[in-house]
Design a protein around this ligand. Sequence first.
Ligand code: ABU
Length: 375
Amino acid sequence: MPKIVNSWNDFDPLKHAIVGRADMSVIPPEEPATSEKVPVDSEMRGMWGPRPTETVEKANAQLDNYVKVLEKHGVKVDRPTPLQWNQEIKTPDFRTESGMTQMPPRDILLTIGNEIIASANSFRCRYFEYLAYWPLMNEYFENDPEFKWTQAPRPRLTDKSYKHNYYDEKISLEERLERTANKDFVTTEVEPMWDAADVMRMGKDLFIQHGLTTNRKAMEWFKRYYPDLRVHSVNFPGDPYPIHIDATFVPLRPGLIINNPHRPLPVEQRKIFEANDWQIVEAAKPAHDNPPPLCYSSVWLSMNCLVLDHKTVIVEESEVYQAEQMDKLGMNVIPVPFRDAYAFGGGLHCATADVYREGSMEDYFPNQVEDPTRV
Ligand code: ABU
């Protein structure tokens, strides 16, 4: 039987991926974890309910086109099975009015080698999002005898999982930035919580963003679960809403990373990259001043690109500065329109999850130095 699942990084040749769908997506009601994520001046504050049908149709049209582009470039694509997210979620520990979506599989599924792990998200509205991917997981399980189908320990998400009154309308941007710098986030440390999109995979090394959606205990969980890998905790003090590493710190090929200039990796956290001759370059500025309507994400989805191989990258069609920079960095750029899908959970990288990339577990950081990021 063929090997179906294998991926160790975000840049080796991509051969098989999952692309999300926008169907039945809901803007979830406020809850302890999400109220902190929504910027105070965002039009999304206090808004919830099913997303307008015409926006779902437009997002799906761009997602379907994205699939065609990937297939044209030799990538097999699978799609999740949509669920009706506009229904109550109730567990013995909490209750919330609705779920969210199955548009960004990158937040839920983490592929490491022949294993796909469903994450331990801190948003209550995302508690059952993994179900949209379970038919695919079952298919891979039945057809690939080496595939490891894993669910991370499920967080209980009781009130103890969040700091109370952490969210405060009066908090200034400066105070938010200070909290990020001090690694003071809305989640507590009572249980491991993590979004898969906070994990940057680099072969033997995992670089995990400590932020609003991933806590320190999750890093400890990764360290114990993968004793043969090296786990690093990174944080980006310039980001007032640190959620997901893939619009902040994006590898393009071995030795090269683009870093959001508003969210630079602190100097002391660069040692491991410098000691191994990795180049960290500032990403180009976004082409837009604002995200599209009803969108949670920042304008920095400009750098949320999908690398197909060491020389080819998919960039959002209107992000001309990012495309220009990619070209200068020696990448062939495939432009794909995607802004209509942003509101449903992110950009071109967010909307995918790796199933198969060529290559194996490499050690990109053989020179081990004193490294403050190491967990
Ligand atoms: N899911 C990536 C969002 C990151 C950002 O809003 O910058």
